[in-house]
Design a protein around this ligand. Structure first.
Ligand SMILES: Cc1cc2nc3c(=O)[nH]c(=O)nc-3n(C[C@H](O)[C@H](O)[C@H](O)COP(=O)(O)OP(=O)(O)OC[C@H]3O[C@@H](n4cnc5c(N)ncnc54)[C@H](O)[C@@H]3O)c2cc1C
Length: 339
């Protein structure tokens, strides 16, 4: 077993850069090593947190328990057919580097998810998505270890109950499993999704035949860089809130007062409203309270201006939620895990 660090600073393990402490912190580099910890019983009756890149968590206090930093690495080709390839990658792999690798190999399916921070193991937990694509569209299955027994199970795509930034690992099975590896099915032929409006604009007037996979990935990266703050420069966790889903009836009522309200149709009864627009309309864009702020280019992103505490960021989020509720009667649900 590797060294267990006590009262370890979590500052470099979360992209908000919050200086909370973990009672115990350990780097997990293999499934066997994790199983050894589980079967010795050290986690029994203890809080356990699996951390990937810490790019979707906000620590508001020290973590009184075990933080397991997933560093299980490895990528392998499972099988190959004429049209597609099955590729399995370990949970500790960096997501963005994995997407770059797939793009280099000319395997299609994940390019719209280029440059999303974090590790691969968190991708199905969060069901990450961007530019009209979610990871569940390419995911075949994953292998996870039960934190109570040390046994491993395979979860097929349909077992994961994927939804918008949600999976069974955030609902009924929350905290029970560590995702060890994930298998994706990627196309060897050209299949692009350029429907999302910023991407459509980027390729306007260019014939689809002349576009290659790298062009799409680069376009996604450029759009992201122009809108989102780099956590290496200013602490943040990307979108702090989920985009709320409301009924069409509610949208109709809102349109009476806010005729320009943007929305995306989900189904016959519901629409998704951009949370960033709601926050901006409440005049929060670019505002700062103490050391916490709302990003000046994207109101959905809360930032750590300088040495903010997790509580300062959480309090700012609460103020925003309260204003949005008052103005639109919509409750904003955090996407970020607040601990
Ligand atoms: C600048 C920026 C931009 C972003 N853009 C996007 C975006 O476009 N789309 C999007 O969907 N997200 C986005 N995010 C959010 C974030 O990148 C994703 O949620 C990512 O999947 C988190 O990965 P992580 O490894 O950092 O997870 P962490 O923050 O470490 O963990 C997140 C959750 O997953 C759990 N978890 C992590 N690894 C495992 C594992 N192996 N097994 C079980 N549970 C695990 C944790 O316990 C926690 O509950 C963005 C974040 C930032 C900072």
């Amino acid at each position: 077993m590797t060294e267990v660090l006590e009262n370890a600073s979590l500052k470099k393990y979360n992209t908000f850069g919050i200086d909370a402490k973990a009672r115990f912190l350990v780097h997990i580099s293999s499934a066997n090593q994790l199983r050894e910890y589980v079967t010795t019983g050290v986690f029994s009756n203890q809080n356990v947190l699996i951390l990937g890149g810490g790019s979707n968590v906000l620590f508001t206090q020290d973590f009184d328990g075990w933080v397991l930093v997933n560093e299980i690495m490895g990528i392998e080709k499972v099988s190959e057919e004429d049209d597609y390839i099955m590729i399995k990658a370990a949970g500790g792999e960096n997501w963005s580097a994995f997407v770059d690798y797939c793009v280099e190999q000319n395997w299609h399916g994940l390019e719209n998810l280029s440059l999303i921070p974090g590790k691969l193991g968190a991708a199905p937990v969060q069901n990450i998505g961007a530019y009209g694509v979610e990871q569940c569209e390419s995911m075949v299955c994953l292998e996870a270890m039960n934190l109570k027994t040390g046994e491993t199970s395979i979860f097929k795509n349909e077992d994961c109950e994927f939804g918008y930034r949600s999976s069974i690992f955030k609902t009924s099975e929350k905290g029970n499993w560590v995702v060890l590896n994930v298998t994706y099915r990627l196309w060897k032929k050209q299949v692009f999704n350029l429907e999302y409006s910023p991407l459509k604009t980027a390729f306007e007037g260019i014939s689809i035949e002349s576009i290659n996979l790298k062009d799409v990935s680069e376009a996604v990266k450029n759009i992201r860089r122009s809108k989102l703050p780099d956590p290496a420069i200013i602490g943040n966790a990307g979108s702090f809130f989920k985009n709320p889903i409301v009924s069409k009836e509610k949208l109709g009522n809102l349109k009476i007062r806010f005729s320009n309200i943007p929305f995306y149709e989900i189904d016959n009864n519901s629409v998704k409203i951009p949370a960033g627009w709601l926050i901006e309309t409440c005049n929060w864009k670019g505002k700062t309270i103490g050391n916490a702020g709302v990003h000046d280019k994207q109101a959905l992103v809360l930032v750590n201006k300088v040495n903010a505490s997790g509580i300062e960021i959480r309090d700012l989020a609460r103020k925003i939620q309260s204003d949005v509720l008052e103005k639109f009667s919509i409750e904003l649900d955090p996407e970020v895990l607040i601990l």
